[in-house]
Unconditional design. Structure first.
Length: 744
C-alpha cells in the first residue's frame, strides 16, 4: 500500500516493511496528536468510526462556543463510546488509573499485538490520576452530574459523570429510569398482603393443587416457592440454570394467578397476560414449550379448570412486536403516555434483554401491572449494552431474604426456607428474586451437569480438566492440532464423532428412555434423502417431511466463540460444507442447494421471520393453480426454505429463497446466537488463542446448550481452563443503585 508523506511521518508504515513505529509524545497535551492517535486506533479497528465521529463533533461544538475541551476529556468521550460498543453502560474512571488500562478497555482487541507500545492506553494514561480526570471532566457544556441546582434529575449535557462513572447521557437516563421504575414497584405494598388475606389463602390453595404433596426428604420445592414469591410482588425474577424447570414454573404461576383472580377480589375476571421474549427464536421456543406445558397441566382442584386453562396464554411475541416498533426509528407505539394493555407481563430469556429495551419496557408497563423476568443469570448477557438480569441477580445464590419474607413463603407454600438464606442487610430487590436450585435435566451421573456446575462456580483448572478423565459417558474433549484440525471437525460434523465417547455413545438412558448415540449433520441429510415423499404427494406430506428434518437438524450444533477466522463461524461453515460435500451429502458448498441450513439475521415482519430463526432449503415439485385446481409438476423441482411455525403445531412455512434478504449458512453458530436453544449434541470449538470474548459465561452457555452430548474441541492446551478463569465484567451503576453490588 502506498503511503502519503504525512502518513509516513506519523509512522503508519516504513519502507522496508519493518514493524510500524508511531510516536505520540504528548497526546494529552495536544488535541492534534490525540486525533492522530484516535484515527490510528480507528484504522486498526480498535475504535469504531462512530466513536471517532462523536469526539470530532463534540470538539467542534466546544470550539465554536470558545470553550475547547481538554484532550483528556475528548479521550474519555472516545473511550466511553468504545466501552458502550463492548456492552458496558459507562466508562469506569477507577479503571483508568493505576494498572490494567488495556484489559479494562480490551485494547488491543482479540489479543492482537500492538504495532507499537506507544499506541496502548496504558502508555498514554500511565501518569494520569483521578484528579486529572476530575479537572478534565469539569466542562459545563459537555459534562454534568445529572442534577440541577434543586437536586432534580435532569441533564442536557451529552455526558454525565455519576461518581466515578462516565456515561453517554442517553444510557445514564436508561439506568436511572430502570432504578426508579423498579424502586416504585419494589416499595409498593405487597400484592398478596400478609399470609392470612383472602388473596394469600387463595394462592395457598392454588399452589397446593398445582404442586400436590411434599418432598418426603423435606427438600424445598423451589418451583413452588418461586410461584408464591412472584405472585407476591409486582416485580419479580425467577432465575435458574438449564433443566431447573423455569418454563414449568411459569406455567403453574400463571395458572395460580388466574385461579386467584377468578376466585377472589371484586372483578372475578381473568387477568390479561402477555408473554414476550427478546428474539424470534426465543419466542418460538417458549411458544412451543408453553403450549405443551399448558396442555398437560393438571388443574384438578382449582374450580373451573377449563376456564383457567383457556385463560393461560400460549402466544409468545418478540419484545419489539409487543411494544410496536416504529419503522426507521428507535421509538415504539407503547410508552409512558400509551402504556401496554395488560395485567401481567412475563419475559423469557431475560439475560438477553439490554438496558435500553429494559428501560423502554418498564416505561410502557402500566403502574398496576405485574412484571416477571425469567432467565439464567449466569448465561451470556445481551449483545448490546448492559447486563440487567445479571446485575439484579448478583446475590440470588445467597438469598438475602428477610425473616418476614421467609415466614410468608413458608406459610403460603409449606416449604422450609433454609435459615442460611436469611442474611443481614436484605434489600427490597433481594426479596423479589427466586433461584431454582434443582436441575431435573442433569443427574449426578451427568458429565454435562457436573462440567457446567464446575465452570459456573469457578472451579480450578485441575478439577475441570479431571472431569473429562472420569469416564462420564456424555462429554468428550479433543485436542485440535493444526494437522488434524479439519479432519476432527469434519468427523464430528458429518457423523457426530461417536467414537470419542465411551462405548461409541451406546447404552445410555435418560428418565428411563434410551438416548440415541451422538450424531452430526449427516443425520438430517440422510433423512432428507431417504424419507422424501413421492413427487405426487400432497403438500401436507412435504410439510411433515420438512418438520421432521427441522427437528433432526436440531439434534446437532457446532458452536464457536468468534465470527471470523478459520475457527470462527465463517471458516467453520466452509470447512463443514466442504466435508459434507465430500461425503456426498450435499451437492454444492455455495449458493442455494438442498439441505442448506440458513439463519435469519434480521427481523422480517413482512415474512413473519425473526432474527435467529433457522430454516432448511429443500426441493419441492412445482405447483400452480388452473381454474381453481392445484396442478403438480412432479418433473420440475423448485427450491423453498422451510421454517417451523414455532407454535408447537408442526406447521411449516415455505419461503422463496429470493425473498430472504438477511440470511447466512448456519452449520456453525456463535454461542451468543445459540442462546435460547438446546441441542441433543453440542460441539464447542475454541479459537487457537485467548480472546476477550472467551469467558466463563460463554463457556457455561456453550456447555448448557447440550442436552445429551457435549464435545469440546480446543487447539490450544490450557486455553479452556484459562477462559473459565475470566468473567464478563460489564461496567454499570445499576447493581449499586439497587443496593446489591458495585460493578459487575
Amino acid at each position: 500500500m502506498n503511503r502519503t508523506p504525512e502518513q509516513i511521518e506519523l509512522g503508519f508504515d516504513s519502507a522496508d516493511g519493518e514493524q510500524e513505529k508511531t510516536a505520540f509524545n504528548d497526546v494529552l497535551g495536544d488535541t492534534h496528536q490525540l486525533f492522530d492517535l484516535l484515527e490510528r486506533w480507528t484504522e486498526l479497528g480498535w475504535l469504531r468510526s462512530l466513536d471517532l465521529a462523536l469526539v470530532r463533533f463534540l470538539d467542534e461544538e466546544t470550539r465554536a462556543a470558545e470553550q475547547p475541551a481538554l484532550p483528556l476529556l475528548l479521550l474519555g468521550i472516545a473511550l466511553a463510546s468504545h466501552q458502550l460498543g463492548r456492552g458496558h453502560v459507562c466508562l469506569d474512571l477507577n479503571a483508568m488509573v493505576g494498572e490494567g488500562f488495556n484489559d479494562a478497555l480490551s485494547l488491543p482487541p482479540e489479543d492482537e499485538t500492538a504495532p507499537d507500545n506507544s499506541l496502548l492506553p496504558s502508555d498514554i494514561l500511565k501518569n494520569t490520576h483521578l484528579d486529572d480526570w476530575g479537572e478534565a471532566l469539569s466542562h459545563p457544556l459537555l459534562v454534568s452530574d445529572g442534577t440541577d441546582k434543586m437536586g432534580q434529575q435532569v441533564s442536557d449535557t451529552p455526558l454525565v459523570k455519576d461518581g466515578l462513572r462516565l456515561y453517554l447521557r442517553r444510557y445514564w437516563h436508561y439506568e436511572q429510569s430502570i432504578f426508579q421504575q423498579l424502586g416504585l414497584r419494589l416499595n409498593r405494598p405487597q400484592a398478596m398482603g400478609d399470609s392470612t388475606t383472602p388473596a394469600a389463602l387463595a394462592l395457598k390453595q392454588a399452589l397446593a393443587a398445582l404442586f400436590p404433596g411434599c418432598d418426603p426428604s423435606g427438600n424445598t420445592d423451589w418451583q413452588r416457592v418461586a410461584c408464591a414469591n412472584a405472585a407476591r410482588h409486582s416485580f419479580s425474577v425467577i432465575t435458574g440454570g438449564p433443566g431447573t424447570g423455569k418454563t414449568t414454573t411459569v406455567v403453574r404461576l400463571l395458572a395460580a394467578l388466574q385461579s386467584v383472580a377468578l376466585s377472589s377480589g371484586d372483578s372475578k375476571r381473568p387477568l390479561r397476560i402477555r408473554l414476550g421474549a427478546p428474539t424470534g427464536k426465543a419466542a418460538a421456543r417458549l411458544n412451543e414449550s408453553i403450549a405443551r406445558e399448558v396442555q398437560k397441566l393438571d388443574l384438578a382442584g382449582l374450580g373451573d379448570a377449563e376456564q383457567i386453562r383457556e385463560a393461560i396464554p400460549t402466544e409468545v411475541t418478540t419484545l419489539h412486536r409487543l411494544l410496536g416498533s416504529v419503522p426507521g426509528s428507535r421509538r415504539f407505539r407503547h410508552n409512558a403516555n400509551n402504556p401496554l394493555v395488560l395485567d401481567t407481563l412475563v419475559i423469557d430469556e431475560a439475560s438477553m434483554v439490554d438496558i435500553e429495551m429494559m428501560a423502554t419496557l418498564l416505561a410502557a408497563l402500566p403502574a398496576n401491572a405485574r412484571l416477571v423476568l425469567l432467565g439464567d443469570k449466569d448465561q451470556l448477557a445481551s449483545v448490546d449494552a448492559g447486563a440487567v438480569l445479571g446485575e439484579l441477580c448478583q446475590r440470588a445464590s445467597d438469598g438475602y431474604y428477610s425473616e418476614n419474607t421467609c415466614h410468608w413463603l413458608e406459610a403460603v407454600t409449606g416449604d422450609r426456607i433454609d435459615p442460611a438464606l436469611v442474611r443481614p442487610d436484605p434489600q427490597p430487590l433481594d426479596q423479589a428474586i427466586t433461584l431454582l436450585r434443582k436441575s431435573y435435566r442433569f443427574d449426578r451421573d451427568s458429565g454435562i451437569g457436573r462440567l457446567a456446575h464446575a465452570v459456573n462456580n469457578g472451579a480450578g483448572s485441575g478439577e475441570v480438566r479431571s472431569l473429562f478423565c472420569q469416564g462420564y459417558a456424555d462429554i468428550a474433549r479433543l485436542s485440535l492440532t493444526r494437522a488434524e484440525r479439519d479432519r476432527l471437525i469434519s468427523q464430528h460434523c458429518v457423523r457426530g464423532g461417536a467414537a470419542h465417547f465411551p462405548d461409541h455413545g451406546r447404552g445410555r438412558f435418560s428418565a428411563g428412555e434410551p438416548v440415541a448415540p451422538p450424531v452430526g449433520f449427516g443425520a438430517y441429510l440422510d433423512r432428507m434423502a431417504s424419507r422424501r415423499p413421492e413427487p405426487s404427494a400432497a403438500l401436507a406430506e412435504f410439510d411433515r417431511w420438512a418438520d421432521d428434518l427441522l427437528k433432526a437438524y436440531g439434534s446437532f450444533q457446532l458452536l464457536t466463540a468468534l465470527r471470523r477466522g478459520a475457527l470462527g463461524v465463517e471458516g467453520l461453515n466452509q470447512t463443514v460444507a466442504t466435508a459434507l460435500h465430500r461425503a456426498g451429502l450435499i451437492r454444492a458448498t455455495e449458493g442455494w442447494y438442498p439441505g442448506r441450513p440458513v439463519l435469519i439475521t434480521r427481523n422480517d415482519y413482512s415474512l413473519g421471520l425473526m432474527n435467529g430463526d433457522v430454516g432448511l432449503t429443500l426441493e419441492l415439485p412445482a405447483r400452480h393453480w388452473v381454474d381453481g385446481v392445484e396442478v403438480v409438476e412432479p418433473e420440475r423441482l423448485v427450491q423453498r426454505v422451510a421454517f417451523a411455525a414455532g407454535d408447537g403445531s408442526g406447521a411449516v412455512r415455505w419461503v422463496l429463497p429470493s425473498r430472504l434478504q438477511s440470511v447466512e449458512t448456519v452449520y456453525a453458530m456463535t454461542v451468543h446466537k445459540s442462546q435460547g436453544s438446546e441441542f441433543n449434541h453440542a460441539c464447542l470449538v475454541l479459537p487457537d488463542r485467548l480472546n476477550p470474548v472467551l469467558t466463563r459465561e460463554l463457556i457455561y452457555t456453550g456447555i448448557t446448550r447440550a442436552r445429551h452430548w457435549f464435545s469440546l474441541l480446543t487447539p490450544e492446551e490450557g486455553l479452556f481452563e484459562e477462559a473459565i478463569s475470566r468473567r464478563v465484567v460489564r461496567t454499570s451503576g445499576l447493581g449499586r443503585a439497587m443496593g446489591v453490588s458495585g460493578n459487575r
